[in-house]
Design a protein around this ligand. Sequence first.
Ligand SMILES: Nc1ncnc2c1ncn2[C@@H]1O[C@H](COP(=O)(O)OP(=O)(O)O)[C@@H](O)[C@H]1O
Ligand SMILES: [Mg+2]
Length: 442
Amino acid sequence: MTMQSVKMEKPADGPETRRAKLLIVDDEPINLSMLSELLKPFYSVHAASSGIDALRIAAREPCPDLILLDILMPEMDGFEVLRRLRDDPRTRDIPVIFLSVMKDEDDEQRGFELGAVDYIHKPIKSVVVLSRVRAQLDAKVARDMLRLTNQLLTRRVVEGVNALEQAQQQLVQSEKMAAMGQLAAGIAHEISNPITFVDMNLAAIKNYLDDVIAVLDGYERAENGPPAALEEVRTFKKTVGFDNLLVELRIALQDSKEGTERVAKIVRDLKDFSRAGDKAWQFADLHAGLDSTLKIIWNELKFKCTITKNYGDIPPVRCLPSQLNQVFMNLLMNASYAIANRGDIVISTQRLGDHAVQVVISDSGSGMPPEVLAHIFEPFFTTKPVGQGTGLGLPISQGIVAKHGGKLEVVSELGKGTSFTITLPIDPVESAATDGHASGPS
Ligand SMILES: Nc1ncnc2c1ncn2[C@@H]1O[C@H](COP(=O)(O)OP(=O)(O)O)[C@@H](O)[C@H]1O
Ligand SMILES: [Mg+2]
């Protein structure tokens, strides 16, 4: 017979082994000593001569790996001991083998129902005891390992899911940044134009003011000087075209004001589009989102595309507006990219029954062959040159639409154009509750 060993609880500390701890419970001293003598060479054996003693020893760390429990005992019988062991979380999982005097089917059934793992009948045969004990300890080792592996796996899965979620958030962010990067040049141009002419106007205003101040100085000198001085000022005033100069000055100021207003408007549009910090689900007007997106990407579209809006009568939709804007932006930028020279983009919206709306963005661009179309929703799939495409726009858009309980579909014909359809429930929460297949806001 080999020595039974049990693996310690924490595999992270290395596969240490120790002698398995057995607890024998019997009110007959002769039985106790006989069993102890038999098992001692192989196990660390503890003995208890009553149920109360047994419960006390069983709860002491390290808990026994196996208990041999006599059924017939005064005060507290084996069944009661087992029941109490199962009630205590510290001892709940310790396997118990009953020791019973004779074979009584009802007794055995009751014992198994209470959670005993085996029976050994008295009079005790050494071979039977040793082999049953060993079998139960082997089973316990296997169970413990399984439980530990299970815990470890669960932890790994949770860690994995967390890492994935984090990676996904980073992807969403990086696609947004990439798209913004494409826009940045256009926006910089939009802002630098008005700033340049405000700058030029300020230089002109300074020259006009120099002349105005010179005229005023002249008048001041003439007040206390000879009459000829006044004549001199009047001549100067004519030379600089004073009346006209005031008109010019007013125009330059007005132009400058318009210039700064344009910059302010661009900033406002950007804010509208990104709705910075706006992370809340809310009922929003999709047309407003589409319009603000169009304003932002107008520079990319205006030289190539004629935009036609077929806006239908749609109600506000419960959504994350800035995220839907990201979807609109990606679809519109893709459409514009697919148009080589000049073409059309049509944006249509309509209500679909009582609970949904549809936004369709169609272009008269290149269209896609089936082998491209089959992959466009895969992360990192792009046909654009390095540095121009991330291949994340569509998978992220699809993710955002799915998060809204909707779907994103595409139809494309090579050489003719492409049409993306976004279908959204008006209220994802309500839809999830009624038809059960929309995933609501989380
Ligand atoms: N409107 C469209 N017309 C033609 N091809 C398109 C259109 N929209 C998307 N595609 C194709 O799908 C690919 C993936 O798009 P997307 O995920 O937005 O990534 P990216 O724009 O960075 O390439 C594009 O590279 C292009 O080949
Ligand atoms: Mg894209």
